[in-house]
Write a protein that binds this ligand. Structure first.
Ligand SMILES: Nc1ncnc2c1ncn2[C@@H]1O[C@H](COP(=O)(O)OP(=O)(O)O)[C@@H](O)[C@H]1O
Ligand SMILES: [Mg+2]
Length: 301
């Protein structure tokens, strides 16, 4: 597939997604997601970055067909998830998405070896035995675990366990990998190692990857990163060259902010600091170019 085809496709699309939870003790309704709009191209890596409690896991669970939004629509690969029945959701979770969770014990069954974890997952999906074994070995080798195939969870280091988890997530050839804080338990070096594997999978297989995390480092390591705060998308940074970038660390990025229904815009904190924006900013219209600039107001009003 050519890059231009990637760019044209709205592979994943969320339109005004909300999610309400009811606090069982007080019975008070709490809005965890407040109208999320999101578009993700096929073959991209997207990070959704925000602090704890922002609604990241809720969003990922909705994308994974684990829970329904309260309102709004979710489309993945031309399927409207809202419309899927139990059988449709089962098939979707098994064949379209793969999950990578923060905790290895959520990804791997502790009594099975790394190899068995993958073959088990493929068996559930009905792959023939020989294909299961061949694929499991290939997957483990591709993440550098060729010599750890017969190890169980307890015999793997944190990084190894997460690489084995990645193989399990890919066992059924998903179109989308959904990762929830995949490096939350890992040290810096191992985190970068996992990120490198994710990038490699994305490049080699054209796998679409969505990572939710509180780790800002993902911002410069992905095609686009959304900022989520209090259940709303506050802004988006993306590589200008989109999927053409060869090195996203150095790719030129544009900063896109969301204008909410009241006209409020959040200025990213690094820009506020860099340009010394205080409590007030001034708008400067350039009618000739059709642009509006902003600058800080030096003195308090
Ligand atoms: N099952 C649930 N029932 C009630 N409240 C929930 C439930 N899951 C999440 N929440 C609340 O929704 C908010 C967002 O949670 P979550 O999506 O887990 O955020 P994050 O992953 O960004 O930390 C939090 O305030 C959390 O307490
Ligand atoms: Mg979470």
């Amino acid at each position: 597939m050519k890059d231009s085809e990637f760019l044209e496709s709205d592979f994943i699309h969320l339109n005004q997604v909300t999610k309400n939870y009811k606090d069982p003790a007080s019975n008070i309704k709490f809005q965890a997601l407040r109208g999320i709009d999101l578009t993700i191209s096929q073959g991209s890596i997207t990070a959704i970055i925000g602090p704890s409690g922002a609604g990241k896991s809720t969003l990922l669970n909705i994308l994974g067909g684990m829970t329904f939004p309260s309102t709004g629509s979710v489309t993945v690969d031309n399927m409207l998830l809202n419309d899927l029945d139990d059988h449709g959701l089962d098939t979707y979770r098994r064949n379209v998405v793969g999950f990578l969770w923060q905790l290895p014990e959520r990804n791997l069954l502790p009594n099975l070896t790394a190899l068995e974890n993958i073959t088990f997952s493929m068996e559930v999906s009905g792959y023939p035995r020989q294909e299961r074994i061949t694929r499991a070995k290939e997957l483990l080798k591709s993440v550098g675990l060729g010599n750890r195939m017969n190890h169980k969870l307890g015999q793997l280091s944190g990084g190894e366990a997460q690489r084995a988890s990645l193989s399990v997530a890919l066992a059924n050839k998903p179109k989308v990998l959904l990762a929830d804080e995949p490096t939350g338990e890992l040290d810096s070096e191992t985190t970068m190692e996992i990120i490198d594997y994710l990038k490699q999978l994305n490049a080699d297989l054209g796998l679409t990857i969505v990572v939710v995390t509180h780790d800002n480092r993902f911002e410069r390591l992905t095609h686009q990163s959304y900022n989520i705060l209090d259940g709303s998308i506050a802004g988006l940074r993306r590589s200008r060259s989109k999927l053409d970038s060869t090195d996203w660390r150095t790719a030129e990025r544009e900063e896109v902010a969301v204008v909410d229904q009241f006209g409020k815009v959040r200025i990213p904190s690094h820009l506020r600091q860099k340009y010394h924006f205080g409590r007030y900013i001034r708008f400067i219209e350039d009618t000739e170019s059709g642009r509006v600039y902003i600058e800080g107001v030096e003195h308090e009003l």
